[in-house]
Design a protein around this ligand. Sequence first.
Ligand SMILES: NC(=O)c1ccc[n+]([C@@H]2O[C@H](COP(=O)([O-])OP(=O)(O)OC[C@H]3O[C@@H](n4cnc5c(N)ncnc54)[C@H](OP(=O)(O)O)[C@@H]3O)[C@@H](O)[C@H]2O)c1
Length: 218
Amino acid sequence: MKRPYVILNAAMTLDGKIATVGGDSKISCEPDLKRLHRLRSEVDAVMVGAGTVLADDPSLTVRRVTGKNPMRIVVDGEAKTPVGARVLKGDVRTIVVVSAIARSENVERLRKAGAEVITLGVSYVKLAKLLNKLWVMGVRRILLEGGSTLNWNMLKEGLVDEVRVAVSPSIVGGENAKTLVGGEGFSRVGGGINLKLTKIERVGTNILLTYRVGEKRC
Ligand SMILES: NC(=O)c1ccc[n+]([C@@H]2O[C@H](COP(=O)([O-])OP(=O)(O)OC[C@H]3O[C@@H](n4cnc5c(N)ncnc54)[C@H](OP(=O)(O)O)[C@@H]3O)[C@@H](O)[C@H]2O)c1
């Protein structure tokens, strides 16, 4: 099934957290945020999970550099995205992808707030199907911006091609702080996702690591 090229990007502390136990996810530094906004302007769509919308209320637009805004996609099985969410604001196209368990009044609310709503899957959004649908719509490059759960689902289903992680020089700890990839996890390293390091850059105070997915670790 044809699908767009997917780049997973995140800002992470040295101990692998993408937010603190208190939910603070302002991990990046200004030069890295500028890099992120440039990257947004270079893709056709930006994708996040509903948890990120609820926690961070991101706009997902290009503001720190000059460039076009990508389409915004929210994977939101239960249609929990609040109608006042920033991701629904402005004249940028937003698609909220729900499953059949989403309540029809929530779906209607989102449509009235300007979102296009797509239903895919019974109780879980079929991500491979979604990517194929986006391909048919002309989407060729997607920037996956988290969070932890959606990163897991996308990686587990083999739908990520590249991982770019900005490692900040900070440690925040916390067993319950969200990590780069959540979900149920693999029980053996050998069963995990193999990556190949392709680039190391310094971006402000962060180290930006770029990996290709699907290659042998060593
Ligand atoms: N530092 C960074 O770069 C960065 C970037 C993004 C986010 N974050 C942080 O990450 C945290 C959010 O992560 P999270 O794991 O809580 O949330 P998330 O991954 O953003 O969203 C998870 C939710 O998305 C929905 N979802 C995901 N895959 C689905 C599928 N295949 N089918 C149906 N629904 C699906 C589910 O909603 P339902 O349960 O409603 O079905 C799920 O609970 C926040 O703390 C945020 O600050 C950090």
